[in-house]
Design a protein. Structure first.
Length: 219
């Protein structure tokens, strides 16, 4: 494989991540799942994913999944210390892949980033914020939960700016733009530095479950 997606850990987090990316259009045959549990591997295979059984902190196991050729790597291990070792080893094998990792404790997030993760999701903190939001403003909590369920109504997607949208302001688009990605900068929708949209910009937008504005969600 080349430019595929590798998911390390087929527990609750790994399964949820896969449901999201597959709902957005990722083909199951473009996914390799790594987990040391024979039961988890049998379940992943039954769902149509390629599997590699073993300890993902070992470079030989990662090589079996062709991590060195992967485009995206999702690290969803049960333990934070395992996640750090996995990210460090995966980054050594593949300097260019996008690596997203989940951790239980927020204090471990900086270590994940230092190890090579591009993005770190803190499970406990994210769940706590959603709980707090749901208590204070139930309707807002429902909207956030909806956004986290890809394809169920409202989705949040990142997509390139179309030719027709170039030269317009973010608020002029049919989709509700949250952020504009310009080069290495991530700009809030109301940042005066945006001005008008440029041909190479990407937007993060809230859309209907079909991808919004005729665009196919990124793979």
């Amino acid at each position: 494989m080349r430019d595929h997606t590798v998911v390390i850990g087929f527990g609750t987090k790994g399964r949820a991540a896969l449901r999201t990316v597959c709902a957005a259009g990722l083909k199951k045959e473009r996914v390799v799942v790594i987990d040391p549990s024979a039961k988890a591997m049998a379940s992943a295979a039954a769902e149509g994913f390629e599997t590699v059984s073993g300890d993902a902190t070992r470079s030989d196991v990662l090589r079996q999944a062709e991590v060195q050729r992967a485009g995206k790597i999702i690290v969803a291990t049960q333990r934070d210390d395992t996640a750090v070792l996995v990210v460090l080893t995966a980054r050594q094998l593949n300097p260019t892949a996008t690596i997203v990792a989940a951790v239980r404790e927020e204090e471990n997030a900086p270590l994940l980033r230092q190890s090579g993760a591009d993005e770190v999701v803190t499970g406990a903190s994210a769940a706590g914020r959603l709980l707090g939001l749901s208590v204070l403003t139930p309707a807002a909590g429902l909207v956030m939960e909806n956004l986290m369920r890809q394809g169920s109504g409202l989705d949040m997607v990142e997509r390139p700016v179309t030719k027709a949208e170039t030269g317009h302001r973010p608020r002029d688009l049919a989709d509700l733009v949250v952020t504009v990605v310009r080069g290495h900068r991530v700009l809030a929708y109301d940042d005066p530095a945006i001005g008008v949209l440029e041909p190479t910009d990407r937007v993060v937008a809230i859309v209907r479950g079909n991808g919004g504005n005729g665009q196919t969600p990124p793979r």
